[in-house]
Ligand binder design. Structure first.
Ligand code: GLN
Length: 399
């Protein structure tokens, strides 16, 4: 019987699933709940979403927008997305032909990869990287090729990459580059010069750029978000992914989108339709209200996050972490060398179980766990009292 069971279980599983683990970020949230820890692991706000958009969602349910929207997104939401791309980035978008609304940017990313990749294609990814991109590549039959982002050498410095290393990652098998700016987990905001360099490689090697711009409005220190699709020559070879989660503090609503040239959009829409049919219809209506919030909303959002960043970093520094100051997004990568632990996983376990704070072990952002063994990531998208409680607990850490 035991033999039959093990033979059957081997037979039943896809080989693909062997090539990645469960999400460490989501696991750390479960660990935080189990141990009653302050959750600075998974990046979701613990404060209220804007009242206007909650009302719009309630109104949509009450007025019976409770059946499927058009599979690639409600027309009024697609129009609002197109308006925003024009407003913020000067990009003309045809909402009938170029927009696919998905269940979060997570689904937009995997639908895009499934729509464009063939077995053997290579995808260039900067590392440390948001952990979904690895499994996304595996599930779509592609092979990720990693290019290192190196931490700043001094206070106030930036994460950088080596131009030659990036160039050598491109070859005739390269289908796409995934670019996440503002970046999770590093907080790097790619500059125009860096984007132009990437653009030149995309043109030279005939490669697609798939950009995750979910943190586009969360910027500090005067940095500017530049959409890859706004660069000359990139409109026809860029898929821009974004969503409501981070900009409007509604990570549980699962409304995201991909904006792409028509042919690529058609392919994304097919995959998306058979994967999920569509994103929640009433929440797409609320999305229209969200995307129509006035410009002051975005300035306040970024300012609120700057205050939170400047709240958490001194507490982490005082507790013994070396912080790499983010220029965008709402995470801080830290170096944990001062604590003398075996590795990041042992440290994160100790922190969640004994100190009562959950973080994400650095290794989950690297292909080779060794590369992240001295780093952990904290999310600061939390109320001041949550950050205070975390600071109180972290001050008990011994160096
Ligand atoms: N982007 C978030 C993070 O990095 C999590 C998103 C998710 O769990 N789907 O923590």
């Amino acid at each position: 019987m035991a033999d039959a069971t093990s033979a059957a279980s081997k037979h039943f599983l896809s080989d693909k699933v062997e090539h990645f683990t469960e999400s460490v970020i989501r696991e750390m949230t479960r660990q935080a709940m189990l141990h009653g820890a302050v959750n600075l692991a998974q990046g979701f706000p613990d404060f209220a979403a804007p009242a206007e958009i909650k009302q719009a969602a309630q109104q949509a349910v009450a007025s019976d927008i409770n059946q499927y929207a058009i599979t690639w997104g409600a027309k009024n939401l697609r129009n609002a997305i197109a308006r925003q791309m024009k407003l913020w980035q000067g990009i003309d978008v045809d909402s009938e032909k170029s927009v696919t609304v998905c269940c979060g940017s997570t689904e937009a990313m995997i639908s895009t990869l499934l729509a464009v990749c063939n077995r053997g294609d290579e995808i260039v990814v900067f590392e440390p990287f948001y952990e979904n991109y690895g499994p996304d590549a595996v599930l779509s039959g592609a092979k990720p090729k990693f290019v290192k982002l190196r931490p700043p050498q001094d206070e106030g410095g930036e994460w950088t990459f080596d131009e030659k290393e990036l160039r050598s990652a491109f070859d005739r098998h390269t289908k796409a580059i995934i670019l996440n700016t503002p970046n999770n987990p590093t907080g790097k905001v790619f500059t125009r010069a860096e984007l132009e360099l990437i653009r030149d490689l995309c043109l030279e090697f005939d490669v697609l750029a798939i950009t995750d711009e979910i943190y586009e409005h969360i910027l500090y220190d005067g940095t500017e978000h530049i959409a890859m699709a706004s660069l000359d020559g990139m409109r026809e070879r860029t898929v821009t992914i974004n969503g409501m989660s981070k900009t409007y503090s509604v990570t549980g609503w699962r409304v995201g989108w991909a904006v792409a040239p028509e042919k690529i959009t058609n392919a994304i829409r097919k995959v998306h339709d058979f994967l999920t049919v569509g994103a929640p219809a009433p929440l797409q209506e609320a999305g229209v209200a969200a995307l129509n919030l006035p410009p002051e909303y975005y300035a306040k959002l970024a300012d609120g996050y700057r205050i939170r960043r400047d709240h958490l970093i001194p507490a982490l520094t005082a507790a013994g972490f070396h912080c790499f100051r983010p220029r965008g997004a709402y995470y801080v990568m830290t170096d944990i060398s001062a604590f003398g632990f075996k590795d990041d996983v042992a440290f994160a376990e100790y922190l969640v179980q004994k100190i009562g704070v959950a973080c994400v072990p650095g290794s989950s952002f690297y292909r080779d766990p060794h590369d992240g063994a001295r780093q952990v990531r904290f999310a600061f998208c939390k109320k001041p009292e949550t950050l205070d409680e975390a600071a109180k607990r972290l001050s008990k850490l011994a160096r």
